[in-house]
Ligand binder design. Structure first.
Ligand SMILES: Nc1nc2c(ncn2[C@@H]2O[C@H](COP(=O)(O)OP(=O)(O)OP(=O)(O)O)[C@@H](O)[C@H]2O)c(=O)[nH]1
Ligand SMILES: [Mg+2]
Length: 457
């Protein structure tokens, strides 16, 4: 264990009412006593003391509290100074602590020490990063679940199943006269297959996790001039994209993010799709097609003031396998004929069963909120249940994929391999699971995780 005493400013830099500077390590109280003076010499842990921070030209009235190992965030002795806000003062205080024997903490070093001292598991540490970096409510909730240790509990349940299975296999190995090999292997196969299903279910939540973290990608597509950019502007509530009556105005993709019911929606305005001779427009069109592939949902915009055209049909065909919403735009122009437009779509066999169609006006901002509600309620469906455990972390997801593969090998081995080989594979599955919570920790994984923390955490 690294026994250097580390120090860092733990509140964000900038002007604020107060600023917290923390030190952690065996010498922290000794260092604190060189610079902090109050009425009593007998500083009790977990009591807040008002006193003077004095070192060379630095002087501040501040609060001080100390925690005795192991009852602290890092599990080591810790001291916290709550001094007056302001970058300049905070840095002077930090420098004073460094002069008195502390060293500057690296990113995430406090949390890394907490992990090494058994105060945090890896998944909880990752939950802390997610909570700190959350930019939407859904992300924050997912981070809190991780922080509460829900994933650790789930992984613990899986490991318990494996331990029980391993015990059975080992009895057969140790007392071959006691159990029949085939019966043991059959029973192991059942247990492992059921576990496989549970792990697959958990892995499926990672798609939702990706959406929670990065937002839902929603591509707006349509032939030129149908009102895609007008729609983007209406959806985000500001004039971001250029709107003109000239076909081919938007030449590149534009992405704007809004928050709706605590979820991030990334709307992507694209170049109108049609066969084009113009080289710049052609590149834009290719990007639009790419946007369709990369998006979670497609908004297909049609113009009710013109007839259904070949380009519209091509687009509807191109997106028939996507999750999509058909938007009939410019309905302010010819109210009466909108029904005909939908009939026309039907007659041309452009619609799927249960197709979602909305009549809107991007210009008059009619039915725009409805689009967001439909995306939220019908498209995302109840998978976004924030009370469920959701995998939001790529490391955890990749790890679980390896667990799944190894488990599959173990299941196959129950058919054609001996008990000792199955037992060996089951043990490997157990170890792989351990990497998620850090029970079988690997140095490089740990360093990678804690480097993502901000300074002072
Ligand atoms: N009346 C009416 N006009 C609209 C509506 N939506 C868009 N327009 C007009 O249609 C024209 C084209 O709008 P844009 O938003 O630039 O269309 P676009 O699909 O982005 O066009 P490209 O970028 O060229 O592909 C503009 O003159 C808009 O004012 C609408 O709901 N009603
Ligand atoms: Mg446009």
């Amino acid at each position: 264990m690294d026994n250097k005493t580390i120090a860092c400013i733990s509140t964000p830099l900038g002007t604020g009412a107060i600023c917290i500077i923390r030190i952690s390590g065996s010498k922290c109280l000794e260092i604190a006593k060189k610079v902090f003076f109050c009425k009593t010499q007998d500083l009790q842990p977990r009591y807040l003391y008002l006193g003077d921070f004095i070192y060379k030209d630095v002087k501040d009235k501040c609060l001080m509290v100390h925690f005795k190992a192991p009852l602290s965030y890092t599990g080591e002795n810790m001291v916290e100074f709550q001094c007056h806000g302001g970058e300049f003062l905070a840095e002077k205080i930090l420098q004073a602590l460094l002069d008195c024997g502390a060293v500057l903490a690296e990113n995430g070093e406090f949390s890394k020490r907490a992990f090494l001292n058994g105060k945090l598991t890896l998944d909880k540490a990752e939950g802390i990063i997610d909570v700190i970096n959350a930019t939407s409510e859904a992300e924050l909730k997912a981070g809190y679940r991780m922080l509460k240790g829900d994933l650790k509990n789930e992984v613990g349940k899986f490991q318990k199943i494996l331990t029980d299975c391993l015990a059975e296999l080992e009895v057969t190995l140790d007392y071959p006269e006691h159990d029949d090999e085939e019966i043991t292997l059959n029973s192991a196969k059942k247990i492992l297959s059921s576990l496989y299903q549970q792990i697959t279910n958990l892995l499926q939540t990672s798609n939702t996790g990706k959406i929670i973290k990065h937002g839902l990608n929603i591509a707006i597509i349509g032939k030129p001039n149908v009102g895609k950019s007008s729609l983007l502007n209406a959806l985000i509530g500001e004039n971001r994209a250029i709107v003109t009556n000239i076909a081919g105005t938007t030449r590149d993709t534009i992405t704007e993010t809004i928050s709706f019911n605590g979820m991030k929606f990334n709307f992507i305005d694209t170049a109108g799709i049609r066969e084009s001779e113009d080289i710049v427009e052609k590149i834009g069109i290719e990007r639009s097609k790419q946007s369709i592939n990369e998006s979670d949902i497609v908004l297909v915009v049609l113009d009710s003031s013109t007839d259904l055209q070949e380009e519209d049909k091509i687009l509807l065909d191109l997106t028939k396998n996507e999750k999509r919403i058909i938007l009939i735009n410019k309905t302010d122009l010819n109210q009466k004929e909108n029904n005909n437009y939908i009939n026309n779509l039907q007659n041309n066999k452009c619609l799927k069963n249960n197709e979602i169609i909305l009549e809107i006006s991007a210009l008059k901002k009619q039915n725009i909120e409805k689009i967001k509600e439909v995306i939220f309620n019908k498209i995302i469906d109840n998978k976004m249940d924030a009370s469920a455990l959701i995998l939001t972390n790529i490391r955890q997801t990749n790890n679980l994929k390896i667990v799944q593969q190894t488990l599959n090998e173990a299941i196959e081995a129950t058919d054609n391999k001996t008990v000792d080989i199955v037992a060996f594979l089951v043990r490997r599955v157990w170890e792989e699971l351990g990497k998620i919570t850090g029970e079988t920790e690997i140095e490089s994984v740990i360093d990678e995780i804690f480097s993502k923390f901000c300074l002072g955490k």
